[in-house]
Design a protein around this ligand. Structure first.
Ligand SMILES: [Ca+2]
Length: 188
C-alpha cells in the first residue's frame, strides 16, 4: 500500500544525529479512531501502540519493524468506532507473507457493519471482497497480501474478522496456525 513519506530525525540541540527513519503515512476515515480487539495482539509483537491498525502509519514488509501487530493463537477480530455515521466505500487491510517466519495472510476475512455497535450486518455481497497478491498466488517472503472490500454502507462501527491460516503440511510448523501480521486497516 502506498502512503505519503514522512522522515523523522533525532537532534541534540541543533545538531542532527545520524539517526533517521522513514515512515509511510496514509490518511483515511478510521485514522485516529478507537479500535478494540476480541484478543489483543501477541505481547511479543504489540506494534507501536494498541491502536496501531488505525494510526495511519504503514509498516514495511519486515515483521520486526515495530509497526505491525502480530497474532498467533487467535484470529484478529477488531472493532473500529468511527464516532459517527459515515458512508463507507471500501476497506483495505494488508497482511504480511513470510512462511519462513511462520507468517501467512488470513484464510478468510469477514467484514460487518453496525450503526449502534450491537446489531451487525455482513458486507454484502461477499463477492465484493478481493484478495490481492503482489507476487502471484503464493506466500513469498517479505511481501504483503492486500484484502480489498468494496461496499456501499452507512455505518459508525466496523468489525473485521481475519481468520488465521494453518501452516501447510510440508512446513516445519505443520499443525500450527500461522502468525498473522497487520499494520493498518484503511477505511475509505
Ligand atoms: Ca498502522
Amino acid at each position: 500500500m502506498e502512503g505519503d513519506r514522512v522522515v523523522l530525525g533525532v537532534f541534540v540541540g541543533d545538531e542532527p544525529l545520524p539517526i533517521r527513519r522513514e515512515f509511510s503515512v496514509v490518511d483515511h476515515l478510521a485514522r485516529g479512531k478507537p479500535i478494540t480487539f476480541e484478543h489483543p495482539a501477541d505481547s511479543r509483537y504489540p506494534g507501536p501502540s494498541p491502536s496501531a491498525l488505525t494510526d495511519g502509519l504503514l509498516g514495511s514488509s519486515d515483521h520486526r519493524d515495530g509497526l505491525s501487530q502480530g497474532w498467533w493463537e487467535n484470529d484478529l477480530v477488531a472493532t473500529i468506532d468511527l464516532g459517527e455515521l459515515r458512508v463507507i466505500e471500501g476497506i483495505i487491510a494488508s497482511f504480511l507473507n513470510n512462511l519462513r517466519a511462520w507468517i501467512a495472510p488470513p484464510e478468510e476475512i469477514v467484514v460487518e457493519f453496525s450503526t449502534d455497535g450491537e446489531h451487525w450486518r455482513s458486507s454484502d455481497p461477499p463477492a465484493g471482497i478481493t484478495r490481492l497478491y503482489l507476487n502471484g498466488e503464493d506466500v513469498t517472503p517479505d511481501t504483503e497480501t492486500h484484502w480489498r472490500v468494496r461496499v456501499a454502507e452507512e455505518a459508525r462501527f466496523i468489525r473485521i474478522t481475519a481468520r488465521q491460516a494453518q501452516l501447510p503440511e510440508d512446513h516445519p510448523g505443520a499443525g500450527h496456525a500461522a502468525w498473522l501480521f497487520a499494520d493498518e486497516i484503511v477505511v475509505r
